[in-house]
Ligand binder design. Sequence first.
Ligand code: ASP
Length: 307
Amino acid sequence: MIEPVIVSTWAWGHTACRRAGEALRGGRSLADAIEAGTVAVELDPTATTVGYGGLPNAEGVVETDAMFMWGSTLEVGAVAALRGVRTPIRVARRVAERTHHVLLAGEGARRFADAEGFPDEGMHTANSRARHARWVAEGRSRFVRRDHEDHDTVCVIGTDGAECIAAVSTSGLGFKLPGRVGDSPLIGAGGYADAEVGAAAATGVGEEVIRAVASFAVVERMRAGMHPDAAIGSVLGEMVRRRGHVLRARHDQVALIAVRRDGVVGAGALFEGFVAPVYRAGEQFEHALPPPLLESDRAWMDPAGRD
Ligand code: ASP
């Protein structure tokens, strides 16, 4: 066993790390601490693309995706396009603990949440309603990726040297098509944990993360001996090599975090602006990121003319 290490995503990851650290110091398990950290961000109405107050889909309904994975047993539970639950990570965890399935979606996920005692709660804040009304008024296409503020995910991963956990939760791309599922609930894409190696998780444009099966790719590179920073750099580098023609500005951001089972941390992003908060032995800090792979606002043309 080692002193637990927790890594998270974006500025709200400081809240997640702080809450997880408090739980660990209170004697809670790594899994419970990581759940508590994730829930703190889900319930924060100012975290506008996670849980309560998350941006809705094109029809104005908030649909969330979440995953919870234990690396020691490879147990995993996830929910996709779940409606009406402010703490989707808890439902994802229950899927693993109470069923033989790994992923419940849409109406079925909602019914499972009902059966597990999660009330059907309002997900909107005044801000999320206003943002959707503005989006409708602008008459923008539902297929266009918009700006960076329209997406982001809280990922909380950690290790204590024996267990490795990955938790991921998001309301996904703002104003997405109803039923759209991002990377976050997809095992190996939005997150992955294998206690023989470590854990990894992703934030950013889910469609790119899914194509790359990015979290699994990071864990496999670590298994092969790469440092977590190098593993992430290698996966993002491949993304640029294969998909660079559509990655043009910060709203096309993809960022990854990783922790090796011995507590060594990695993080990286395609574009600048990403931060990876870390909690280790009562201390909280941000991982020093390698330089981003791409410059913002690159000239770009879609060969298919979709945008
Ligand atoms: N990965 C999330 C999604 O595509 C969004 C994000 O993290 O920016 O749903």
